[in-house]
Structures are given as structure tokens and as C-alpha cells.
Design a protein around this ligand. Sequence first.
Ligand SMILES: [Zn+2]
Length: 331
Amino acid sequence: MAFGRALWKGIMLTYRTFRENISCRLGNGSRIRFWIDNWIGDEALSSRFPYIFNVSNAKLGTVGSIGQVFDGHINWNFQFRRNLYDWEHDQLEELLQVLVQVEFTDDQDSWRWQGSRQGSFSVRSMYEKLIHEWGTRIGVAQPFPMELVWRIPIAPNCKFFFWQVILGRVLTKDHLIHIGTTISSVCSLCSMMNETISHLFLHCPLALEVWFTITSPRRRAFTHILCSDSVEELFIAWPASLGTEIGRRSWSALPYAVISVLWKIKNDAIFNSRMSSIDRICVEIKTYIWFWMANWQGRKNFFFQDLLLRWHEVILGLLIRGNTNCTVVTN
Ligand SMILES: [Zn+2]
């Protein structure tokens, strides 16, 4: 359920990019919203003329409801809630100049997706837009680190979640406050420091205890968690896996499983007022890893109990076969 919520919230944030890349073709004006939709010029009129948009009582009105045709002329009724100040009059005059070119037709209003040449929407073109936005956000012409998210053998909804993590769009409290929510900024897990993505997933005392426990077979990995400033940095610095196939698969999935479970724990703390023990959290992390290996044929030679009871051997790449006949490689 927690991932369902995360997915939905992610989609809502992605919606902003979606809306900004839709342009409209005006027909009879019955569907396009005058202030909100991008139907005339390069941006929505609400962005271009913010002062007079703020005083309009028809913020969601359609073009056809604000502009009404009499004797072949369009009368614009913006429904301002008060008289305009001088500086607002300047914006109004500019807006009226823009609207001189408007002509209604008898056709329905239509929309066009600017992300593709054909104008039709596709997930791929949306994805490319978001990648471009990511490059703009970090201020360099650097490709989105796809290999850190899309090529990792984890569940598709989790890939979407990690995409949001790397884009800095996961709804941690600092982000919620940034977009206008009035809440406490204190971390949901430790109630000690501000909740940011790097705090929640890397440096929160509870997160550190989880990392310390689950990486205990390879103690040096813990220093990477302490030294990483971001989740992306940790993924890049994550040490190579060792030994057998199950060891390699478990180790490479481990940081993703830890972060996924920490996110779930945070949501449990907020929505269900429930907090799990470190042992319980570690079991859940191993459950995620086991589940993500479901498409691997070799998993049939092992049991979930191998992850629970022989974690050291798994992670050190020493476990060749599960069950009671389990063999440990010795030098
Ligand atoms: Zn914390």
C-alpha cells in the first residue's frame, strides 16, 4: 500500500511536467481553461499575467465562458473581485493585446502533446521530457543515471520510486513543506532532525542502525553509507558483489531493498503509528530481495530461510546451494 501511495504521489508530481508540455488548439472555447491551460503564446496566462490572475474570480473558467462573442467581437469578462491597481492595469492592457488574435471556431477545443513530433502522447516521450528536466534541474548536460534505476532487477513500481528518489521528488517532509504543506519538518523515524531524502534513507539514526546490521558481513560497506551525501552517490559507490550468483544478486539489490523498506517504515509510522524493530526491518529487507529474485531460474535451488539464517554466507558469495545440503565454499 505504501508503494501505491508513493506511486500515486509521484504521478501527481509528474503531472506538472505533463501539463506544461500540452498545448491547446482553440475551437469553440468550451473545454480549454483560460488561465490554466497553455493555449495562447508559450506559457499559461496565469504565469504570464500573475497579478491579474490573482484577482480574477474565474480562475478555472474556460476561454468560452470568459470571452463571449457579440456582433462578431469578443468581450472579455475576467470577473475581477476588486478594482485594479495601476500596475495591474498595465498587465491587463498587455493581456488584451495578446487576445486580439483570438478567434473562435465551431470545432471542439483540442490538445497537442509537445513531447513528440506527431503530437500524440506516449510514455516514452514523457520519460524523455522528465530526463531532460532532470538535466536542467542539476544544471549540467548530464544524462539521467539510468543504470542506477532502470537496469536493476527490482519490481517496476520500485523503479519508479527510485527514479523519484534520484530526481529529489519523493515526498519527504522538506519537500512537502517546499510545495506549501504546513507540517512539522522533524523526521518521522527519529523525531530528532529535519526529514530530507538523504537523512531519511542514509543518516537517520534508525536508518544507520538498519544499514549497520544488514551490511554486517561486509563491514566496509557501512563507511560508504556514512560518506555518501545522497542516495545517488551511494548507489554509484556501492561496492561490487562477491562470489556466487545468489550472493551477487542479493548484494546488488540490497541498497534498493533497504531504502524501499525504510520508506515503508516511514509511512507506517505516519499513517499507522507503527514502528518495527531492527530485526523485523531486516527480515522485510530480505523478503524484498527474495521477491525481486522471483524471475531468476537459479532461485529454485534456494529457500527464503537461506537469506534469513545464512545471510553472511549469502552476502559473502559463499552459498552455492540452499536447504539442509547447503554447501559452503572453503579456500
Ligand atoms: Zn531521522
